[in-house]
Design a protein around this ligand. Structure first.
Ligand code: ACO
Length: 347
């Protein structure tokens, strides 16, 4: 190999989103529906979170985290105009995998019949899709793969406390999946321009589900459980999470803009993780962004964690809000704490 060939072989490619897809269960659960299960109200939920309804898997409807992911993935693959055989890597972001192990990525590999395709799960909760997209970007930039399937999917409803005790958490979350086919782009100015990832494990327990885990194993929970111990339901220190989220969203968006010599005016569309409408509005106000520059759909789906960004991105794209040359900013913050942003020049 001569010097030029050698240089060519280490020239990094860019990656672009070649196809998007989403799936949400048909079963709509309104705030009013939740009032039959717990002491809450439509007004409280709307005022604090912006959520009007969310989707929940219904027993027997055939959905699971992996199944919903496959439905979203099929749409993304079709829109990318490739076949599932062209997928070389599956990255599956979720906090609610079908099994404790193995991860849901291998279930997708089997359901899509992609022979021997590597599959890995990314365990980064609300930041999961951003982490997975950043990982896909690196595999493509290095030249290792041409097409990576990235999925974010969550089945929250199966594991929430729908009594009044769990109302501060359970009204927020919904089920659904989103997917993107990430493909090689030879123009280095197009597609994913940069990604920025962070974590701060000292706050791990402020938004967490502690058991079952290897520290809190199943027999202990079943046989000797203190009825007051509900470590098998998600716990969230809501106000603490809120305060950290608004700071980290701002920092990580600015980090991405700075890296690409962009200013907030250059943002054509910001798609924040749909944690809480109040968080998105806070970020919007902080940056002085117009309504058309920020995409929100939390009122329809609640917080779908790793699925929220790909669902929002797919909807925004379907609505014609994303055009060639647009600067798109994806930003997430969540349990870990973890946070990240991705800056795209839409191809
Ligand atoms: N319905 C009615 N009342 C409720 C509910 C509910 N669903 N949940 C809590 N309350 C009550 C509380 O019991 C409390 O009552 P009290 O004053 O008698 O004790 C009162 O409402 C206020 O409770 P707070 O927890 O202080 O309410 P807060 O204003 O903080 O709102 C919320 C709670 C919405 C969770 C808020 O803290 C928040 O948005 N935090 C950000 C966290 C977030 O967005 N998480 C999403 C997941 S993480 C992520 O994606 C980043």
């Amino acid at each position: 190999m001569n010097y030029l060939n050698c240089v060519e072989s280490i020239i990094m490619y860019n990656s672009k989103i070649a196809g998007l897809g989403m799936y949400v269960p048909e079963n709509k659960v309104s705030n009013h529906n939740l009032t039959h299960l717990m002491d809450t109200s439509d007004e409280w939920i709307k005022e604090r979170t912006g959520i009007k309804e969310r989707r929940h898997i219904k027993k027997g409807d055939g959905n699971s985290t992996a199944v919903m992911g496959v439905k979203a993935a099929k749409q993304a693959i079709e829109r990318a105009k490739i076949s599932s055989d062209d997928i070389e890597l599956i990255l599956f972001a979720t906090l609610s995998p079908d099994y404790y192990f193995p991860g849901s990525g291998v279930l997708v590999q089997e359901m899509l019949s992609i022979k021997d395709c590597p599959a890995m799960d990314i365990r980064n909760q609300c930041s999961g899709f951003v982490y997975a997209l950043a990982t896909a970007d690196q595999f493509i930039k290095s030249g290792m793969y041409k097409n990576v399937l990235v999925i974010g999917s969550e089945n929250h409803s199966g594991g929430l406390d729908f009594s009044t005790r769990g109302r501060d958490v359970s009204v927020i979350f919904g089920d659904g999946a989103g997917a993107a086919v990430v493909s090689r782009e030879v123009d280095n100015d197009k597609g994913i321009l940069s990604s920025h990832l962070h974590s701060e494990g000292k706050h791990a327990e402020e938004l967490s589900l502690i058991g079952p885990s290897t520290n809190r194993w199943v027999p202990e929970i079943i046989e000797a459980n203190d009825p007051e111990d509900i470590s098998y339901y998600p716990y969230m220190n809501g106000q603490f999470v809120f305060k950290n989220a608004v700071v980290r969203f701002e920092q990580v968006i600015l980090e991405g803009l700075k890296k690409n010599n962009l200013s907030t005016e250059d943002i054509d569309l910001l798609i924040p993780h749909q944690a809480n409408l109040r968080i998105s509005q806070f970020v919007q106000r902080k940056f002085g962004l117009k309504d058309r520059q920020v995409y929100n759909n939390i009122e329809k789906y609640g917080n779908t964690t790793a699925a929220s960004i790909p669902i929002a991105l797919t909807e925004a794209w379907e609505s014609g809000l994303i055009n060639t040359g647009d600067k798109i900013v994806l930003a997430a913050f969540g349990s870990g704490f973890t946070w990240g942003s991705i800056i795209l020049n839409w191809q």
